[in-house]
Design a protein around this ligand. Sequence first.
Ligand code: 13P
Ligand code: SF4
Length: 330
Amino acid sequence: MIKQEWIKKGFVDEPVDSSLDLKKEIKRLCKEKNAVILAHYYQPDDIQEIADFIGDSLALAQWATKSDADMFIMCGVHFMAETAKVLCPEKKVIIPDINAGCSLADSCQAEKLKAFIDQHPGYTVLSYANTTAAVKALTDIIVTSSNARQIVESLPADEKIIFGPDRNLGNYIKTVTGRDMLIWDGACHVHEKFSLEKITELKKQYPDADILVHPECKSTIVNLADVVGSTAALLKHAVKSGKKRFIVVTEPGILYEMRKQCPDKEFIPAPSEDVSNVCNECNYMRLNTMEKLYNSIRYEYPLIEVDSDIARQAVKPINRMLEISARLGL
Ligand code: 13P
Ligand code: SF4
């Protein structure tokens, strides 16, 4: 029985017996329920370690469409779970803590976007995956940081584009493609907080290091980058590069997989301007814990629900993204 108190809290707040082998129990429950654990690269290390699949936001959506599991436990943030539910409405989609939101998604409310679109007829609307299903329902094509540039370039050169909600990713894509883009004024509170001064100092200390930057960072930081890309693209570069040292300017959860795939290389998390959050962890991503994950599978709660009319509209631009990505081999 789901307790009222859990509904209020947004997760199953049941004490977990400390003598339990949590990993073993989670695996057992997954097998029993034909459930799979999908985790984003920003998740805590122990969750990435136990996940059936880890990836960036594009890969998580692609994976969801191919899985024959009955239940997904999305260890990431709410928009990732919502995307999986929109793509697979017949499946149960669970997130360990429903409070795992996203400041970028919060920076674009559907009603305000609708008014903006109405003011600009003739524009094609591209929205970043970091948006609510209601925003996706107003969108022509969804993009992620893995495919935004290629999707913009795949459109006719004279196509007028509304791009939201991330102003940093939008400005970066506008600069590299030279396209006509109106950009929403949203941002991620984590990526906006990397310190230009401290990263410049680090580069002086380690001149041999490549600087790897996620495009949600401000342009002053992007300008320092040797490589700009999604979490998956930064990981791929680290694996194939001949370099031995990297300054990583994104959420430090990605370091788990970088260090796992490249044990002989050094990864230095970029410092934040915020002294209380030294290497800039995403507080939303970190709400998921092994205990909440265990309880969420046990009680099949919190479940992701999406209004069926919104889901019917939202699935179209997500599928357009998946089709273009497949065509482009992304
Ligand atoms: P990726 O698409 O690179 O996984 O990024 C998702 C995200 O939330 C970045 O902050
Ligand atoms: Fe959202 Fe930023 Fe956290 Fe990514 S890092 S989930 S964009 S708040």
